[in-house]
Design a binder for this molecule. Structure first.
Ligand SMILES: [Zn+2]
Ligand SMILES: [Zn+2]
Length: 730
C-alpha cells in the first residue's frame, strides 16, 4: 500500500487557516478543486500545495472526499496573485481564491465542455427524401436544411429551421440518417477594422507606450473628456494582439454600454469576450473559459474580469481609473486598479490607466519611476470641454430644484436643437418626509437614515437596507392630516420637467428605472438619435457616455459635498463636476455647464469655476500632505457590527489592545474604537477602529505581528469584524 500523501487546501470560508487532507492522487496539482469533509459537511476546497503532515498527527488527518477537476482551475500565476491579495488586503486566502474564479466554478459544478454539437446528414438517398416529404414533412424539412450546409447545423441553427426540431432529429438519428459530431468552437478570428488615423498627440503617446510594451510600467492617460483615450486603448490592443498577446480591458459597470461594445466589435470582430453583472453565471463562465483557452484575445469587462486567466497576457487597461466601482466593498475588500498594477508587475507587462479626472493617489504615484503620465489636451471635435459656471441660488426661488437662470439656459439650448443633461445624485421623489405639526420624520427602523418618498410606487424607501413602508395618510405621532415632503429627487425632477416642457421627451436614468440593461439601452438609443430632449439622472449618467448632441449640463445638489464628513468629498465633487461638464459640447456645437450653488463664495466652488481639474487636484494633494491623509499615509480600518453597539465597541477595544502591544506601534496612530458615521445599518450597530501611518513598513509590521491574535479572537455570530486595508472612507 502506498504511503498516504498530504496537501494543504483553502476553503471558501471567512477563516484565515488552510487545512490539511490526505489524498492518494499520483501527482496532486495545485489549483485543483476537491470535495472535502469539513465540520460535518462536504465542501469544495482548492489544493494549494502538496506536502507532508507537518505537526499534525497523521491519524487525525481526514482523506479528501473526491477530486472535481482533471486539470487546475487556478493557474500558478493566479495562485500567486491571490496569495499577494490575501496578504496585502488581510483577507482570508480561501475566500480570495474562490473570488478569483467565475461564480459558476465556486461550488462543486464540474468544468463544462464548451464544445458545440453539430448535426450532419448521413447519406440519404433521393428516394428516401421523397418518402420523407410525404410521410414526415418535419423530418424532410430538417434534412433539406442539413443538406444545404457543409459544416452541419448547431442546435441554435436548427431551432431557426423549426422551433420543434428536437424530436425530428432524434427520429432521424435513430435511423442513422443524421449523425452528430462534437468539435470545440473555432477560435474567433481577428479582423482589423478600419482605424482612424491618430492625432499627433495620440501618435506620440502610442509611440512612448509602444516602446515600453515588453516590460512593467504604469502609464496614465491624463486626458480631458472627449480627447480620444479609447482610440489609444484600441490601438494598443491591436498592437498586443498582433504580437500574439492577450489583453484585459476593464471599464466601470456603467461604462459597459453597447456603444463601447460596438466599437470594440467594429475593430476586432469576434475576438473579445465580455463579462459584466448583467450576464448569467454560465455566460460569464464561457467568457472566462474562452479567454483562458486563448480563443479570444480580449477580455472586456468590469472589476472582477481582472481575474481572468490566460497564458499570454500582455496588457491591462483600466478606463476611468478614478471610478469608485473598482473598489469592492463587500466580501473580499480590494481595489481592482491596485491589484491590476500588482498583476502587471508580476508578469512584467504594462498597465494603462485612463481618466479625465485621475484619482489623487494616481497623480501622486506618477512621481514614481515606473509610472508615466501623458496628457491629452485636445478634443478631436471643434470645442473644448465647457468651463464650469456657478449659478448663485442665494436669492433664487426654486421650482423642483431648478432656478430661473437655469430654466432660461435650458430653454435656450432646447430651442437651438440641443440636448440637456440635468444631474442630481439623489433618486426618488423627495428625501425628507415630515409632519409640520409635531416634527415627526419618516425614519428607517433598521438604519440611522431617513426614508425617501418614491411617488411612482407610493412608498417610503430606505436607500441603505431596502426597507419599504406605505406612505401614512396621517402623522403616526400626532395624527395631523398633513404630511409634507421636502427636497428634490430625480423622480420629482423628471415630473416637473415633463410638465414644463411637454414638447420634449424627458429621459430619466437612475437605478429605479434602469431595472434592465435593455431599458438603459433604449433610453441611450433615443439620446443617440440626436433629437432635442432632456436627460435626468444620477451618477449613472456622469461617466463614460459620449452623446454629441448634449450642449448643456446642469448640476443640482452639489452643495452637499461641501459639508461632507469624508476627507474625499472635495476630490469626488471635482471629479463628478468635471465629468458631468465633460458630457457637454462633444459634437459640432459648443457646450455649457452650470452648477447651482448656495455657496458661490466657498473656496472649492470658486476654484471649480476658475481652475482646471489638474490645478484643483494639485491643491487637494497639498492639503492631504499637510494633514497627513492618504496618499501620504496608509489607513487600515477595522470595522465591527453587532446587534448592540457596546458589543461592537468592546470587540474593537480588544483589537486595539492587541495592536497597542505590538512593536512599532508608536510609528502609527490609532483612532477609536468609535461608532461609525451611520451607526445603525440594516439593524446592526457599527463601530470602527482606524490604524494609520505615514510609515507604511511600520504599519505592515504591526499588522503582521498582530493579525493572528486578532483573527483568533473568539468569533461569534453576534459580533462580526472585517478589515479594510486602504479604506476609502473613515
Ligand atoms: Zn405629527
Ligand atoms: Zn434602512
Amino acid at each position: 500500500m502506498p504511503s498516504p500523501r498530504y496537501a494543504s487546501f483553502a476553503l471558501a470560508l471567512p477563516v484565515y487557516q488552510v487545512f490539511t487532507y490526505a489524498l492518494d492522487d499520483e501527482r496532486p496539482q495545485a489549483g485543483t478543486r476537491y470535495r472535502l469533509p469539513f465540520a460535518g459537511r462536504v465542501r469544495t476546497g482548492l489544493l494549494l500545495e502538496p506536502g507532508d503532515a507537518g505537526d499534525i498527527d497523521p491519524a487525525r488527518i481526514k482523506p479528501v472526499d473526491s477530486r472535481l477537476d482533471d486539470a487546475p482551475v487556478v493557474d500558478a500565476h493566479m495562485l500567486a496573485l491571490a496569495r499577494w491579495l490575501a496578504d496585502y488586503y488581510l483577507q482570508p486566502l480561501g475566500e480570495v481564491l474562490f473570488q478569483c474564479l467565475p461564480g459558476y466554478l465556486r461550488g462543486a459544478r464540474p468544468q463544462r465542455s464548451l464544445a458545440v454539437i453539430r448535426y450532419r446528414l448521413a447519406g440519404v438517398g433521393a428516394d428516401e427524401l421523397e418518402a420523407l416529404a410525404r410521410r414526415a414533412p418535419k423530418q424532410w424539412e430538417i434534412c433539406r436544411a442539413l443538406a444545404a450546409s457543409d459544416a452541419g447545423l448547431t442546435a441554435a441553427e436548427l431551432k431557426r429551421v423549426n422551433p420543434n426540431w428536437h424530436p425530428a432529429v432524434r427520429a432521424l438519428e435513430a435511423r442513422a440518417l443524421v449523425t452528430r459530431d462534437t468539435a470545440a468552437p473555432p477560435p474567433a478570428v481577428l479582423v482589423a477594422g478600419e482605424q482612424p488615423s491618430p492625432s499627433p498627440e495620440q501618435a506620440s503617446i502610442l509611440q512612448a507606450i509602444g516602446a515600453r510594451r515588453e516590460s512593467f510600467g504604469v502609464h496614465l492617460l491624463d486626458g480631458i473628456t472627449g480627447s480620444g483615450k479609447t482610440e489609444i486603448y484600441l490601438r494598443l490592443i491591436g498592437d498586443a494582439l498582433a504580437a500574439g498577446r492577450q489583453v484585459i480591458y476593464l471599464v466601470p459597470e456603467i461604462g459597459l454600454t453597447r456603444q463601447l461594445i460596438e466599437r470594440v466589435g467594429e475593430r476586432f470582430g469576434e475576438a473579445f469576450a465580455l463579462s459584466h453583472s448583467a450576464l448569467t453565471e454560465l455566460q460569464r463562465y464561457r467568457a472566462w473559459e474562452r479567454f483562458r483557452r486563448g480563443e479570444v484575445g480580449i477580455m472586456l469587462g468590469t472589476r472582477s474580469s481582472l481575474f481572468a486567466q490566460c497564458e499570454r497576457l500582455g496588457l491591462i487597461i483600466i478606463d476611468e481609473e478614478h471610478d469608485g466601482s473598482y473598489r469592492q466593498d463587500d466580501g473580499i475588500r480590494y481595489h481592482a486598479r491596485d491589484v491590476a498594477i500588482k498583476r502587471a508587475q508580476m508578469l512584467d507587462i504594462p498597465v494603462v490607466l485612463g481618466s479625465a479626472t485621475p484619482a489623487l493617489e494616481t497623480l501622486h504615484n506618477c512621481e514614481r519611476a515606473t509610472w508615466f503620465r501623458y496628457r491629452l489636451d485636445e478634443r478631436p471635435t471643434a470645442f473644448p470641454p465647457p468651463p464650469i459656471q456657478l449659478v448663485d441660488l442665494r436669492q433664487a426661488r426654486l421650482e423642483f430644484g431648478l432656478c430661473a437662470q437655469s430654466f432660461g439656459r435650458i430653454e435656450h439650448h432646447l430651442g437651438c436643437g440641443g440636448q440637456v443633461l440635468v444631474y442630481l445624485n439623489r433618486r426618488g421623489y423627495a428625501p425628507v418626509v415630515m409632519c409640520h405639526e409635531c416634527g415627526w420624520q419618516a425614519l428607517c427602523d433598521q438604519c440611522d437614515a431617513r426614508l425617501t418618498l418614491h411617488q411612482s410606487v407610493q412608498a417610503l424607501l430606505c436607500h441603505h437596507c431596502g426597507h419599504s413602508r406605505a406612505l401614512p395618510a396621517a402623522c403616526p405621532d400626532c395624527g395631523h392630516a398633513e404630511i409634507r415632503h421636502h427636497g428634490v429627487g430625480t423622480e420629482q425632477l423628471e415630473r416637473g420637467l415633463a410638465q414644463r416642457y411637454p414638447d420634449f421627451p424627458v429621459l430619466r436614468i437612475d437605478r429605479d428605472v434602469i431595472a434592465s440593461r435593455e431599458m438603459l439601452e433604449s433610453r441611450l438609443e433615443r439620446l443617440r438619435s440626436g433629437a432635442p430632449c432632456l436627460l435626468v439622472g444620477t451618477q449613472m449618467i456622469a461617466k463614460g457616455h459620449d452623446y454629441p448632441a448634449i450642449t448643456l449640463a446642469v448640476v443640482l445638489g452639489a452643495d452637499q459635498a461641501l459639508f461632507s464628513a469624508s476627507y474625499r468629498a472635495g476630490e469626488r465633487l471635482a471629479q463628478t463636476l468635471f465629468q458631468v461638464a465633460g458630457r457637454s459640447g462633444r459634437g459640432d456645437r459648443a457646450g455649457e455647464a452650470l452648477v447651482q450653488t448656495r455657496f458661490p463664495e466657498h473656496p472649492l466652488m470658486r476654484e471649480l469655476a476658475s481652475e482646471d481639474y489638474r490645478a484643483i487636484a494639485a491643491r487637494l494633494l497639498d492639503e492631504r500632505r499637510a494633514f497627513g491623509l492618504p496618499p501620504f499615509s496608509r489607513v487600515v480600518l477595522f470595522r465591527a457590527d453587532a446587534v448592540e453597539l457596546d458589543a461592537a465597541l468592546a470587540r474593537l477595544g480588544q483589537v486595539a489592545e492587541i495592536l497597542r502591544g505590538a512593536r512599532g506601534i508608536e510609528a502609527t496612530s490609532l483612532v477609536g474604537p468609535i461608532p461609525a458615521l451611520m451607526t445603525r445599518r440594516v439593524g446592526r450597530y457599527r463601530a470602527q477602529l482606524c490604524l494609520m501611518s505615514a510609515d507604511f513598513r511600520a504599519l505592515r509590521s504591526v499588522l503582521r505581528a498582530t493579525l493572528a491574535a486578532i483573527t483568533e479572537l473568539p468569533s461569534s455570530s453576534r459580533v462580526n469584524v472585517t478589515i479594510d486595508v486602504d479604506a476609502l472612507d473613515f
